[in-house]
Design a protein around this ligand. Sequence first.
Ligand SMILES: [Zn+2]
Length: 94
Amino acid sequence: MKRCEHCGEWFAPRYPKLKLCFSCFRKRERALAEYDSLLWELRLLRDENARLRTKAGAVPADMIGKLIRLCHPDKHGGSAMANDVTRWLLEQRN
Ligand SMILES: [Zn+2]
């Protein structure tokens, strides 16, 4: 018998090198798998973010001015979407 390094429970190790009980071992495996998939997701989001930034950066300043005039909230009954887009366009201009 051995004491689990994580929870302190006694357990019968299948291999002499095992330091975690079966329950903690499985929890750790699951956490590692989740960590891997989160890292993967983060990498995808970073790529997507970089792609979008490049695209936004490629819009010429005069075009941003035209876009702001086009989607100005005054022309769209003050809609929330027009507000959001105008705010975002103004940020891109700075
Ligand atoms: Zn344990």
